[in-house]
Ligand binder design. Structure first.
Ligand SMILES: *Cc1c(COP(=O)(O)O)cnc(C)c1O
Length: 389
């Protein structure tokens, strides 16, 4: 299929399936074999070689979605990110990481990289100049995350890519929060795109998976590392992920719409003191977000007024569930201070602007009126409890 000419929902639905030549069924047959007769010595199929029929077919859909030559599917987002990093780095190299990293990636960086003789710096902000300031003689790679967690800051993709190219460095992005529906970093010059497919790609809170997408040359290198580390995804789950991806376009669009409406509702609410959402005109990087994103995403964060206790607020919610994870069909909230950013020192949290009153909100596909009503009743319950206490 010539994916350049096809719409995103057509790619989600049709690209990269396994054709059912035997029965002409509508969906991809699932090939569970770990053993394939080899007719050609160069074409040995094996799950850990990432080349079973279902892995190969789904890789094509993912590559098309990210405007990449090739993509590989991993057992988790962290398997994808760690494999990608260790593919391109070696002892003596230095990496510049964006300050606002996903917790698991932060942990990988601070507990593992030094063992391999790889050094690193974190930026103090997310402007291109913040990345440039951390460059060293031996810097090999720049790693970005945009929109970031949990404050939804936006990093200038072309700016960072140009900086890297001017110095002969590689760029890598965690594109999980945006999903390929809202952002295609390769179009802006970023080299390697990683995803936790556990989030928007899976979308139903029942799959743990990861993705790396890049040029043919880069993916050949990722492949060599990946077969050593063995982080492939089971074919059963590959099949389920293909099923999920078919609806990713319509799911994410609805999540974008809900987040935009919720952001406006919260902005106008007297008990909310701050709303962070790149789709709001008052977001400091709204213009940049508009220039590099096709939708502003289903994630936002907000700060409750000091009169509303966060944990009480969570207890009073009826429809929206407090949860560590995100991006499912169902709306969830979390408090970064007690979950994703709990291990960070209070001082570091303050530096990043993460207060004890901050709530991260992952919008699902429920009707927006039901979601705003749930927020309203929860705030009112907490306030009336406090009055009576
Ligand atoms: C969840 C997540 C990851 C890690 O993915 P797993 O599938 O849990 O390994 C990485 N980056 C971001 C932004 C995430 O949200």
């Amino acid at each position: 299929m010539d994916t350049d000419k096809k719409g995103i929902n057509t790619i989600c639905t049709h690209e990269g399936g396994v054709k059912d030549v035997l029965f002409k069924g509508a969906t991809s047959p699932l090939y569970t074999s770990t053993s394939y007769a080899f007719e050609d010595v160069d074409a040995k199929r094996y799950p850990r070689y990432f080349n079973t029929p279902n892995q190969e077919a789904l890789g094509k859909k993912l590559a098309a979605l990210e405007h990449a030559d090739q993509a590989m599917i991993f057992g988790s987002g962290m398997a994808a990110i760690s494999t990608a990093l260790l593919t391109f780095l070696q002892a003596g190299d230095h990496v510049v990481f964006q300050q606002t990293l996903y917790g698991g990636t932060y942990n990988l960086v601070v507990t593992q990289l030094e063992k391999f003789g790889i050094s690193y710096s974190f930026t103090t902000g997310w402007q291109v100049a913040d990345f440039e300031r951390e460059l060293q003689q031996n810097t090999k790679l720049i790693y970005v995350e945009t929109p970031s967690n949990p404050l939804l800051t936006i990093t200038d993709l072309s700016g960072v890519a140009q900086l890297a190219k001017s110095k002969g460095l590689m760029t890598m992005i965690d594109n999980t929060f945006a999903s390929p529906i809202n952002q295609n970093p390769i179009d802006f010059g970023i080299d390697v795109v990683c995803h936790s497919a556990t989030k928007y790609m899976g979308g139903h809170s029942d799959i743990c998976a990861g993705v790396v997408a890049s040029s043919k040359e880069n993916m050949e290198q990722v492949y060599q590392t990946a077969i050593c580390f063995g982080g492939n995804l089971s074919d059963y789950t590959v099949w389920l992920l293909e099923r999920s991806l078919k609806t990713m376009g319509i799911r994410v669009k609805e999540q974008n719409n809900n987040a935009q409406k919720m952001a406006h509702f919260l902005l106008d609410h007297p008990d909310i003191v701050a709303v962070h959402y790149p789709g709001l005109e008052n977001h400091p990087d709204h213009g940049l977000a508009k220039s590099q994103m096709k939708g502003f995403g289903g994630m936002l964060s907000f700060e409750l007024s000091r009169e509303v206790d966060v944990s009480q607020f969570f207890k009073q919610l009826k429809l929206i569930k407090p949860s560590m994870s995100l991006a499912g069909l169902e709306s969830t909230v979390s408090a970064p201070v007690t979950t994703s950013h709990a291990l960070m020192s209070a001082e570091d949290r303050k530096k990043q602007g993460i207060t004890d009153f901050l709530v991260r909100f992952s919008l699902g596909i429920e009707n927006i009126e039901d979601l705003t009503e749930d927020i309203e009743q929860a705030i009112n319950s907490v306030k009336s409890m406090q009055v009576h206490a």
